[in-house]
Design a protein around this ligand. Sequence first.
Ligand code: PMV
Length: 345
Amino acid sequence: MKQNKVIWRSPSNIAIVKYWGKKGFQQGINPSLSFTLSNSFTETEIRYQAKKSTQHIVAKYYFEGEYNAEFEKRILTYFENIQTRLELFDHYELEIYSRNTFPHSAGIASSASAMSSLALGLLSIEKTIRVIPENNFFQIASELSRLGSGSAARSVYGGFTLWGKLAGVQKSSDDFAISIYKKLHPVFKNLQDSILIVRSGKKPVSSTAGHKLMDNHPDKAERIHQATKNCKALTGILKEGYFPRFAEICEEEALSLHKLMKTSNPSFVLMQPETLTIIQKIRKYREESGAKICFTLDAGPNIHLIYPEENKAEIRKFIQNELLVYCENKKWIDDKIGSGPKQMN
Ligand code: PMV
Protein backbone atom coordinates (compact mmCIF):
# COMPACT_ATOMS: atom_id res chain seq x y z
CA MET A 1 0.00 0.00 0.00
CA LYS A 2 1.33 3.44 -0.90
CA GLN A 3 2.76 5.44 1.96
CA ASN A 4 3.15 9.22 1.75
CA LYS A 5 4.85 11.61 4.10
CA VAL A 6 5.13 15.21 5.24
CA ILE A 7 8.05 16.67 7.17
CA TRP A 8 7.89 19.92 9.13
CA ARG A 9 10.62 21.61 11.11
CA SER A 10 9.28 23.91 13.80
CA PRO A 11 11.24 25.92 16.35
CA SER A 12 10.68 26.47 20.03
CA ASN A 13 10.04 29.98 21.34
CA ILE A 14 10.93 32.00 24.38
CA ALA A 15 8.16 33.95 26.10
CA ILE A 16 8.90 37.54 27.10
CA VAL A 17 5.39 37.83 28.61
CA LYS A 18 4.64 34.45 30.16
CA TYR A 19 1.58 32.29 29.70
CA TRP A 20 0.86 30.90 33.14
CA GLY A 21 -2.61 29.56 34.01
CA LYS A 22 -5.39 28.24 31.81
CA LYS A 23 -9.04 28.97 31.24
CA GLY A 24 -11.62 26.98 29.27
CA PHE A 25 -9.97 24.36 27.11
CA GLN A 26 -6.33 25.23 26.63
CA GLN A 27 -6.69 29.00 26.56
CA GLY A 28 -4.35 31.20 28.55
CA ILE A 29 -5.79 33.29 31.40
CA ASN A 30 -3.64 36.13 30.05
CA PRO A 31 -2.15 37.18 26.72
CA SER A 32 1.46 36.15 26.17
CA LEU A 33 4.17 37.30 23.80
CA SER A 34 7.29 35.51 22.61
CA PHE A 35 9.91 35.30 19.93
CA THR A 36 10.51 32.22 17.90
CA LEU A 37 13.95 30.62 18.09
CA SER A 38 16.15 29.51 15.25
CA ASN A 39 18.38 26.56 16.17
CA SER A 40 16.19 24.82 18.75
CA PHE A 41 13.61 22.99 16.70
CA THR A 42 11.74 19.73 16.35
CA GLU A 43 11.56 17.95 13.03
CA THR A 44 8.49 15.77 12.68
CA GLU A 45 7.91 13.39 9.83
CA ILE A 46 4.41 11.96 9.52
CA ARG A 47 4.02 8.94 7.25
CA TYR A 48 0.43 8.28 6.29
CA GLN A 49 -1.37 5.59 4.38
CA ALA A 50 -4.96 4.46 3.78
CA LYS A 51 -6.46 3.09 6.97
CA LYS A 52 -7.00 -0.65 7.33
CA SER A 53 -8.32 -0.66 10.88
CA THR A 54 -11.85 0.20 12.02
CA GLN A 55 -10.43 2.10 14.98
CA HIS A 56 -10.88 5.89 14.54
CA ILE A 57 -7.39 7.01 15.47
CA VAL A 58 -4.44 4.87 14.41
CA ALA A 59 -1.00 6.30 15.15
CA LYS A 60 2.42 5.11 16.24
CA TYR A 61 4.98 7.52 17.72
CA TYR A 62 8.77 7.31 17.46
CA PHE A 63 11.02 9.79 19.24
CA GLU A 64 14.71 10.16 18.34
CA GLY A 65 14.47 6.97 16.26
CA GLU A 66 12.84 4.78 18.89
CA TYR A 67 9.26 3.78 19.54
CA ASN A 68 8.07 5.83 22.55
CA ALA A 69 4.98 4.51 24.35
CA GLU A 70 4.84 7.38 26.87
CA PHE A 71 4.85 10.12 24.20
CA GLU A 72 2.48 8.07 22.03
CA LYS A 73 -0.08 8.04 24.84
CA ARG A 74 0.10 11.85 25.09
CA ILE A 75 -0.19 12.22 21.33
CA LEU A 76 -3.22 9.92 21.23
CA THR A 77 -4.94 12.02 23.90
CA TYR A 78 -4.15 15.11 21.82
CA PHE A 79 -5.59 13.43 18.70
CA GLU A 80 -8.76 12.56 20.63
CA ASN A 81 -9.11 16.23 21.55
CA ILE A 82 -8.77 17.43 17.95
CA GLN A 83 -10.43 14.55 16.07
CA THR A 84 -13.59 16.51 15.28
CA ARG A 85 -11.52 19.26 13.62
CA LEU A 86 -9.67 17.04 11.15
CA GLU A 87 -11.00 14.53 8.66
CA LEU A 88 -7.66 12.81 8.19
CA PHE A 89 -8.27 10.38 11.05
CA ASP A 90 -11.15 8.87 9.00
CA HIS A 91 -8.83 8.20 6.08
CA TYR A 92 -5.32 7.54 7.24
CA GLU A 93 -3.21 5.68 9.74
CA LEU A 94 -0.13 7.53 10.86
CA GLU A 95 3.46 6.83 11.83
CA ILE A 96 5.14 9.80 13.46
CA TYR A 97 8.91 10.26 13.72
CA SER A 98 10.10 13.20 15.79
CA ARG A 99 13.50 14.48 16.79
CA ASN A 100 14.80 17.56 18.58
CA THR A 101 17.96 19.51 17.81
CA PHE A 102 18.33 20.41 21.48
CA PRO A 103 18.65 18.28 24.60
CA HIS A 104 15.48 17.29 26.38
CA SER A 105 14.86 19.13 29.71
CA ALA A 106 17.39 21.87 28.98
CA GLY A 107 15.12 24.79 29.67
CA ILE A 108 13.83 24.95 26.13
CA ALA A 109 10.11 24.47 25.70
CA SER A 110 10.17 21.21 23.75
CA SER A 111 6.39 20.99 23.80
CA ALA A 112 6.19 24.22 21.75
CA SER A 113 8.33 22.88 18.91
CA ALA A 114 7.03 19.31 19.16
CA MET A 115 3.34 20.19 19.09
CA SER A 116 3.65 22.89 16.43
CA SER A 117 5.65 20.66 14.06
CA LEU A 118 3.08 17.92 14.58
CA ALA A 119 0.11 20.25 14.03
CA LEU A 120 1.66 21.68 10.85
CA GLY A 121 2.19 18.14 9.54
CA LEU A 122 -1.38 17.14 10.35
CA LEU A 123 -2.73 20.19 8.57
CA SER A 124 -0.60 19.47 5.48
CA ILE A 125 -2.06 15.95 5.39
CA GLU A 126 -5.56 17.37 5.87
CA LYS A 127 -4.96 19.36 2.67
CA THR A 128 -4.94 16.11 0.70
CA ILE A 129 -8.59 15.63 1.74
CA ARG A 130 -10.13 19.09 1.78
CA VAL A 131 -9.31 22.66 0.88
CA ILE A 132 -7.52 24.65 3.56
CA PRO A 133 -7.29 28.28 2.43
CA GLU A 134 -3.59 29.17 2.12
CA ASN A 135 -4.06 32.51 3.91
CA ASN A 136 -5.55 30.68 6.91
CA PHE A 137 -3.09 27.81 7.03
CA PHE A 138 -0.87 29.14 9.82
CA GLN A 139 -3.77 30.48 11.86
CA ILE A 140 -5.44 27.06 11.83
CA ALA A 141 -2.06 25.45 12.56
CA SER A 142 -1.62 27.80 15.51
CA GLU A 143 -5.01 26.87 16.91
CA LEU A 144 -4.33 23.14 16.47
CA SER A 145 -0.91 23.60 18.10
CA ARG A 146 -2.49 25.43 21.03
CA LEU A 147 -4.76 22.48 21.70
CA GLY A 148 -1.61 20.37 22.23
CA SER A 149 0.43 22.92 24.18
CA GLY A 150 -0.43 26.57 24.73
CA SER A 151 3.04 27.91 24.01
CA ALA A 152 3.10 25.92 20.73
CA ALA A 153 0.45 28.29 19.34
CA ARG A 154 3.18 30.97 19.23
CA SER A 155 5.72 28.82 17.32
CA VAL A 156 4.05 28.72 13.90
CA TYR A 157 5.36 32.15 12.86
CA GLY A 158 8.82 33.65 12.82
CA GLY A 159 9.85 36.67 14.87
CA PHE A 160 7.59 37.99 17.61
CA THR A 161 4.14 36.55 18.17
CA LEU A 162 1.23 37.35 20.42
CA TRP A 163 -1.28 34.83 21.70
CA GLY A 164 -4.41 36.02 23.50
CA LYS A 165 -7.02 38.69 22.95
CA LEU A 166 -5.51 42.13 23.50
CA ALA A 167 -7.58 45.30 23.20
CA GLY A 168 -6.36 47.46 20.32
CA VAL A 169 -4.51 44.65 18.53
CA GLN A 170 -6.48 43.57 15.49
CA LYS A 171 -7.06 39.84 14.98
CA SER A 172 -5.56 38.98 18.39
CA SER A 173 -7.34 35.97 19.81
CA ASP A 174 -7.44 33.54 22.72
CA ASP A 175 -7.71 30.73 20.16
CA PHE A 176 -4.54 31.29 18.14
CA ALA A 177 -1.41 33.41 18.00
CA ILE A 178 -0.71 36.17 15.48
CA SER A 179 2.55 37.47 14.11
CA ILE A 180 3.55 40.95 15.32
CA TYR A 181 6.82 40.92 13.43
CA LYS A 182 6.21 43.33 10.60
CA LYS A 183 6.83 46.61 12.39
CA LEU A 184 9.80 45.48 14.44
CA HIS A 185 12.55 48.01 15.24
CA PRO A 186 16.00 46.92 13.94
CA VAL A 187 17.38 46.52 17.50
CA PHE A 188 15.04 43.53 17.97
CA LYS A 189 15.43 42.04 14.48
CA ASN A 190 18.45 39.86 15.26
CA LEU A 191 17.88 39.26 18.94
CA GLN A 192 20.14 36.62 20.48
CA ASP A 193 19.14 34.04 23.07
CA SER A 194 22.06 32.36 24.84
CA ILE A 195 20.61 29.65 27.05
CA LEU A 196 22.75 29.03 30.10
CA ILE A 197 22.16 25.53 31.44
CA VAL A 198 22.32 25.75 35.23
CA ARG A 199 20.69 22.33 35.61
CA SER A 200 19.45 19.93 32.96
CA GLY A 201 17.21 17.08 34.10
CA LYS A 202 13.50 16.80 34.61
CA LYS A 203 11.51 19.72 36.01
CA PRO A 204 10.00 19.12 39.48
CA VAL A 205 6.63 20.38 38.24
CA SER A 206 5.16 19.71 34.80
CA SER A 207 3.70 22.72 32.98
CA THR A 208 0.23 21.09 33.15
CA ALA A 209 0.47 20.95 36.95
CA GLY A 210 2.06 24.41 36.98
CA HIS A 211 -0.79 26.04 35.07
CA LYS A 212 -3.26 24.43 37.48
CA LEU A 213 -1.60 26.23 40.39
CA MET A 214 -3.04 29.46 39.01
CA ASP A 215 -6.67 28.26 39.28
CA ASN A 216 -6.92 29.35 42.90
CA HIS A 217 -3.89 31.58 43.20
CA PRO A 218 -4.55 34.63 45.41
CA ASP A 219 -2.70 36.87 42.91
CA LYS A 220 -4.53 35.60 39.81
CA ALA A 221 -6.44 38.82 38.99
CA GLU A 222 -3.35 40.95 39.54
CA ARG A 223 -1.30 38.63 37.31
CA ILE A 224 -3.80 38.87 34.43
CA HIS A 225 -3.66 42.66 34.74
CA GLN A 226 0.15 42.70 34.79
CA ALA A 227 0.57 40.44 31.75
CA THR A 228 -2.04 42.38 29.76
CA LYS A 229 -0.31 45.64 30.60
CA ASN A 230 3.10 44.21 29.65
CA CYS A 231 1.88 42.83 26.31
CA LYS A 232 0.31 46.16 25.49
CA ALA A 233 3.49 48.07 26.37
CA LEU A 234 5.67 45.67 24.38
CA THR A 235 3.67 46.01 21.19
CA GLY A 236 4.75 49.68 21.26
CA ILE A 237 8.32 49.11 22.50
CA LEU A 238 9.03 46.55 19.77
CA LYS A 239 8.21 49.18 17.16
CA GLU A 240 9.99 52.04 18.89
CA GLY A 241 13.09 50.09 19.84
CA TYR A 242 13.57 51.25 23.42
CA PHE A 243 15.66 48.36 24.78
CA PRO A 244 15.88 49.40 28.48
CA ARG A 245 12.09 49.24 28.84
CA PHE A 246 12.05 45.90 26.98
CA ALA A 247 14.64 44.63 29.47
CA GLU A 248 12.59 45.81 32.46
CA ILE A 249 9.47 44.01 31.28
CA CYS A 250 11.39 40.89 30.30
CA GLU A 251 12.94 40.55 33.77
CA GLU A 252 9.76 41.55 35.60
CA GLU A 253 7.91 38.76 33.77
CA ALA A 254 10.57 36.14 34.54
CA LEU A 255 10.65 37.03 38.22
CA SER A 256 6.83 37.25 38.42
CA LEU A 257 6.52 33.74 36.99
CA HIS A 258 8.84 32.44 39.69
CA LYS A 259 7.09 34.50 42.38
CA LEU A 260 3.77 32.99 41.35
CA MET A 261 5.24 29.50 41.68
CA LYS A 262 6.80 30.25 45.05
CA THR A 263 3.54 31.59 46.44
CA SER A 264 1.21 28.91 45.08
CA ASN A 265 -0.08 25.93 46.99
CA PRO A 266 1.84 23.63 46.74
CA SER A 267 4.78 25.98 46.40
CA PHE A 268 7.77 25.48 44.08
CA VAL A 269 11.19 27.10 44.16
CA LEU A 270 12.65 26.42 40.74
CA MET A 271 15.68 28.67 40.81
CA GLN A 272 19.04 27.31 41.92
CA PRO A 273 21.67 29.34 43.78
CA GLU A 274 23.58 29.68 40.48
CA THR A 275 20.48 31.18 38.84
CA LEU A 276 20.52 34.06 41.31
CA THR A 277 24.28 34.51 41.05
CA ILE A 278 24.03 34.77 37.26
CA ILE A 279 21.14 37.27 37.54
CA GLN A 280 23.22 39.49 39.83
CA LYS A 281 26.18 39.26 37.46
CA ILE A 282 24.04 40.24 34.46
CA ARG A 283 22.65 43.28 36.26
CA LYS A 284 26.08 44.40 37.41
CA TYR A 285 27.51 43.92 33.93
CA ARG A 286 24.67 45.94 32.40
CA GLU A 287 25.13 48.73 34.87
CA GLU A 288 28.88 48.91 34.34
CA SER A 289 29.03 48.40 30.56
CA GLY A 290 25.77 49.98 29.44
CA ALA A 291 25.28 46.95 27.16
CA LYS A 292 21.82 46.07 25.95
CA ILE A 293 21.28 42.80 27.76
CA CYS A 294 18.61 41.18 29.91
CA PHE A 295 17.50 37.77 31.08
CA THR A 296 14.39 35.68 31.19
CA LEU A 297 13.55 32.33 32.75
CA ASP A 298 11.11 29.60 31.92
CA ALA A 299 9.63 27.37 34.60
CA GLY A 300 13.09 26.16 35.60
CA PRO A 301 16.54 27.28 36.75
CA ASN A 302 18.14 27.98 33.35
CA ILE A 303 18.80 31.50 32.15
CA HIS A 304 17.93 32.87 28.73
CA LEU A 305 20.27 35.75 28.05
CA ILE A 306 18.67 38.14 25.56
CA TYR A 307 20.62 40.80 23.66
CA PRO A 308 20.80 42.42 20.23
CA GLU A 309 23.36 41.31 17.69
CA GLU A 310 25.25 44.60 17.98
CA ASN A 311 26.44 43.59 21.48
CA LYS A 312 27.25 40.00 20.55
CA ALA A 313 31.06 40.03 20.61
CA GLU A 314 31.46 41.58 24.06
CA ILE A 315 28.59 39.58 25.58
CA ARG A 316 30.08 36.30 24.31
CA LYS A 317 33.25 37.23 26.21
CA PHE A 318 31.21 38.01 29.32
CA ILE A 319 29.48 34.62 29.08
CA GLN A 320 32.77 32.77 28.64
CA ASN A 321 34.66 34.67 31.31
CA GLU A 322 32.05 35.16 34.00
CA LEU A 323 28.95 33.02 33.58
CA LEU A 324 29.87 29.58 32.28
CA VAL A 325 31.50 28.66 35.57
CA TYR A 326 27.99 28.61 37.11
CA CYS A 327 26.58 26.33 34.39
CA GLU A 328 26.35 22.55 34.49
CA ASN A 329 29.51 21.32 32.73
CA LYS A 330 29.85 24.87 31.32
CA LYS A 331 26.93 24.10 29.02
CA TRP A 332 25.07 26.71 27.02
CA ILE A 333 22.98 26.76 23.86
CA ASP A 334 23.56 29.40 21.22
CA ASP A 335 20.24 30.50 19.77
CA LYS A 336 18.57 33.57 18.32
CA ILE A 337 15.36 34.86 16.82
CA GLY A 338 14.29 32.79 13.82
CA SER A 339 12.10 32.91 10.78
CA GLY A 340 9.58 30.25 11.80
CA PRO A 341 8.68 26.73 10.69
CA LYS A 342 9.63 25.19 7.36
CA GLN A 343 8.20 22.31 5.40
CA MET A 344 11.09 20.01 4.51
CA ASN A 345 9.57 17.94 1.71
O1 PMV B 1 2.85 25.39 26.66
P1 PMV B 1 3.03 24.93 28.05
O2 PMV B 1 1.76 24.37 28.62
O3 PMV B 1 4.18 23.98 28.20
O4 PMV B 1 3.34 26.20 28.97
C1 PMV B 1 4.49 26.98 28.86
C2 PMV B 1 4.62 27.91 30.01
C3 PMV B 1 5.90 28.72 30.06
O5 PMV B 1 6.90 28.16 29.25
C4 PMV B 1 6.40 28.76 31.50
C5 PMV B 1 5.66 30.17 29.64
C6 PMV B 1 5.38 30.42 28.19
O6 PMV B 1 4.57 31.31 27.91
O7 PMV B 1 6.00 29.78 27.31
